[in-house]
Design a protein around this ligand. Sequence first.
Ligand code: GUN
Length: 291
Amino acid sequence: MTARILDGKALADRVRGEVALQADALRGQGVVPCLAVILVGSDPASSVYVRNKVAACEKAHIQSLRFDYPADVDPATVMARLEALNADDSVHGILVQLPLPPQFDEAAVLRAIRIDKDVDGFHAENVGRLSQGQPGFIPCTPYGVMKMLESENVPLSGAEVVVVGRSNIVGKPIAKLLTNAGATVTVCHSRTRDLAAHLRRADIVVAAVGKPRMITADMIRSGAVVIDVGINRIESGPDAGKLCGDVDFASVREVAALITPVPGGVGPMTITMLLANTVESAERRLAREPA
Ligand code: GUN
């Protein structure tokens, strides 16, 4: 079997087009959807992510505000900015790019964001709502993964799913979303004794560990759906400098039924769902307080 490739770029383009139309409709009603992005320090990866987020807003007809601070900024300065953004009715989404420098209490910063502007879905209240299956904001990467599975009509109810990775940003929330959708979910991680034995039972594998090509064909059941959230830069060898996922794409595509590539799989969906959450936030505000 050679797997069909799930084109995240094409799906992202489609969803972004829908988001732009929603943004236009809001403007027609006097509301300009707006996302505020805070970046502390100059970590190269974070700088690229923030630049891409701001550029994507513009293309989706969403206004963006960017606030940059030096790595040694006093956390009180950032907290004061968050308070001002919380109180500003023209701002619908607030995002603090992670990781933050060591002088910050990251959880406290995330808790300082108003829950109805927390478009990253990292506030403890939104995490709790997701756990209980209540409406709130869903973190963007897991939300993007769910959209991809939905776009392919992958059956989730009763499915055996193995999530590899237990991060707050991807592993834990995707496990909750899939559980809420009726899947039987196993979360594996660095302490798991026999990863391959778990993976071989899975109808759906979600890989989010950050280890280049660690999941190989011998670990995957024939006909499985494989979602690769990893984005790793290859250090040496003939492909040095190129990006790869946590899944060994070349071998796994020969046994899986459906597989996401890296790049061009889950990656483009993450920013797309940030845009969707921002527009959703503006729509909810308008419904609460008509312009
Ligand atoms: N750092 C890595 N991924 C993310 C993300 O999705 N949101 C934020 N705010 N920071 C991140």
